[in-house]
Design a protein around this ligand. Structure first.
Ligand SMILES: NC(=O)C[C@H](N)C(=O)O
Length: 320
């Protein structure tokens, strides 16, 4: 019989609503599992009970540590992580960056609370366990099973606040078994401050300066269009990079890669000239996780090259 560890962290999948319709994560892992146990040996590991919007880097480190410790059981076939959807893409990507085991780790959650009469909780959980125990998915890394779809963690993000099919991958038709980059060596990211600042019409450098004053070790600039800002932001970015604080440029646009093609003082080309890096495919949430993971390694050499390589999501065909 396949054996799966189900790690619970909270989220809507573990929530019920009170009389006012307010959702809170209060359902224990064993209650969540219910009859899903049929045909699979399940070990429930309750780690925390949080709405994922309140998760910190320390919480994400803890989830990663739990997954790794569960995988030390050689009889285990997979780990399923139940997680809120708001920041699932961050935690799943953190685990994926460091995942050095052929056994799949599958994240899932729900859009409707566990006590909702038409909750998606059970179906998503069943799909996640099925994906984890599917031998064809060995080597696929960390996956997100949600709303009947299966996504690679890298390059996937929540794209709909309410739809049951909430997640979208950067390469929707990409294969689940691409050439995965080699795993990073593990260094907890808690304590490595990386902030996200937004570019918008008329934005000045106030946010960037505040982040630096707060001790940011790196910044993610959520740019406009293909990765553009304005001259005031470019000047602030130059000050950051001159001070050894890397700045990664991504975009608020949902689809398409970034490109540093615009000049004019505030464009992507100017940001590159000011020392910024470009996040090709990763949007702000996952770009922040990657930057924090690289900075957390005290020996991080070649950060620019590593960031560039790992922010490109490989749509390559199946390799096995
Ligand atoms: N659907 C959800 O899980 C949303 C919830 N706020 C969470 O991320 O924990």
């Amino acid at each position: 019989m396949p054996k799966v560890a189900v790690v619970t962290t909270g989220g809507t999948i573990a929530s019920t609503r009170d009389g006012q319709g307010v959702s809170r994560p209060v359902v224990a892992g064993s209650d969540l599992l219910g009859s899903t146990r049929a045909g699979t040996e399940i070990r429930v590991v309750d780690v925390m009970s949080k709405d994922s919007s309140s998760m910190t880097f320390a919480d994400m480190d803890r989830v990663r540590d739990t997954v790794t410790s569960e995988l030390s059981d050689p009889d285990l076939d997979a780990v399923v992580v139940l997680h809120g959807t708001d920041t699932m893409e961050e935690t799943a990507f953190l685990v994926d960056l460091h995942h050095a085991d052929p056994r799949p780790v599958v994240f899932t959650g729900a859009q409707r609370t566990f006590d909702h009469p038409e909750s998606d909780a059970r179906a998503n959980l069943t799909d996640a366990i099925a994906a984890g125990t599917n031998p064809a998915l060995r080597g696929a890394g960390v996956l997100i099973a949600f709303g009947g779809a299966l996504h690679r963690a890298s390059g996937t993000r929540k794209a709909d606040t309410t739809s049951l099919d909430a997640f979208r991958s950067v390469h929707p038709t990409g294969d689940l078994l691409p050439q995965r980059p080699d795993p990073l060596s593990w260094h907890p990211i808690s304590g490595t401050r990386v902030d996200i600042v937004a570019a918008y019409p008329g934005a000045d450098r106030v946010q960037i300066d505040a982040c630096l004053a707060a001790g940011a070790r790196g910044l993610v600039l959520d740019g406009l269009g293909s990765g553009n800002a304005n001259p005031a932001i470019v000047e602030a970015v130059r000050d950051c990079t001159s001070a050894g604080i890397p700045v990664v440029v991504t975009t608020r646009v949902p689809h398409g890669p970034t490109s540093a093609t615009y000049g004019g003082g505030g464009g992507g080309h100017d940001l590159i000239s000011a020392g910024a890096l470009f996040s090709t495919d990763l949007r702000a949430g996952q770009a922040r996780i990657l930057l924090a993971a690289l900075l957390a390694d005290p020996e991080h050499t070649d950060l620019d090259k590593e960031f560039d390589r790992r922010s490109r999501i490989d749509p390559a065909p199946r390799i096995s």
